[in-house]
Every structure is written in C-alpha cells, then in structure tokens.
Design a protein around this ligand. Sequence first.
Ligand code: HEC
Length: 180
Amino acid sequence: MKTFFYGIIFTVFVIFAAGFLFIKRGYIGIEADQQPSAFEKKIAMSAVDASVDRHAPDRKNSVQPTDENLVEGAKIYLNHCAGCHGLPSNPDTQFGHSFNPPVPQFFKETPDMPDNQNFYITQHGIRFTGMPAWSKTLSEQQIWTVVAFLSRIEKLPPGALKVLEPPAPPPGVVAAPPIR
Ligand code: HEC
C-alpha cells in the first residue's frame, strides 16, 4: 500500500516537472501573430473574467452621463484609448488586430461590462496583454469619466462625436495624420 502511495506521488511529480521544463525550455511559442491553442485561450479568458468579477470594487459611477461629462470622456478616450480601441471612422483598427489577445474594438463590439468592472480594468490594466494600467496617468475621476463615456458609446451626443471626429480643416491647412 505504501509503495503504491509513493508511486502516485512520484508520477504526479514527474508530470509537473515535465510540464515545468516544457514551458521553461521555450517549447511554447510566444509570437503575437500566432493563434494560441484553444486550451490556452479558454483557460486564460475565463481566468481574466473570474478575476475581474472577484476584484472589481463594488462602487457605482458618480460621474453622470451628461453631455458635458461625455465630451470630457471623449477627450480622454481620444488621447489615450482610441489608437488601440478604435474610432467611429476607423472602427476596426489593423493595429488592434496586431495584439494577441486582440484589442476589443469598442465602436464595433460595444463594451458590455458594468461600470465598476470597466473602471477596475482601466485603472489596473490586464497583465500579459497590451491593456495598460492607467492609474499612474489618469486620476480616479478621469477614469470614471472615460468609463461613463464607454457606457454611452452607442448613443453619444453630437458634442462628444465632434471631439472624436473633428471637421476637416479648411483647404490648404495640413491636418495631423490620424492614429490608425
Ligand atoms: C496599447 C493598446 C491599448 C490602449 C492604449 C488601451 N487599451 Fe484597453 N485593452 C487593450 C487590450 C489588448 C485589451 C484586451 C485584453 C484582454 O483580452 O484580456 C483591452 C481591454 C480593455 C477593456 C476590457 C474590455 C472587454 O470587453 O473585455 C477595457 C474596459 C479597456 N480596455 C479600456 C481602455 C481604456 C478606457 C483605455 C484608455 C484610457 C484603454 N483601454 C487603452 C489594449 C489597449
């Protein structure tokens, strides 16, 4: 009985050691332009969802979605997020598809998570993806403001849309190239 028990422990140890060496010796590809295995994708995505569920603060957004606040949110979005997450005129950026996992394109797939989860992700980022933590760059108030903007992204007032898509400059004036 004792030998059988040690046999099990030994087998488990060998399996873990083999898995550890397989990863450590570089047998798993890390290229962002290669698809991960279905297993890696499934386990990583459900781990992220579960972690956000567990850690997002149980708070309501005190920034009301007034036209004025949505204009402010649009400015923050344009300056910090649009290059990766897209714009109405460029809702499916090639750049966003160059990441793995790809960057969710917010003007194509509306962000549907509750405000407290969007706040948590924006504040802390997501490790091992391209999503940065904004806590060092934006104040809490600015993060709640951009989150209010995200929650209304399908029905933005004209003022906020104008921030995202400024009118073409008069002839002869060279516009700054858009972020693509
Ligand atoms: C350098 C590229 C990049 C920038 C800039 C960026 N993000 Fe992200 N973001 C990502 C990536 C990549 C993901 C997907 C991570 C994943 O799949 O786990 C993501 C995911 C998110 C999510 C989760 C969406 C979902 O449905 O799962 C939110 C919310 C978000 N970003 C908000 C923002 C906000 C707000 C800004 C600007 C303040 C911003 N991001 C700037 C790359 C970026």
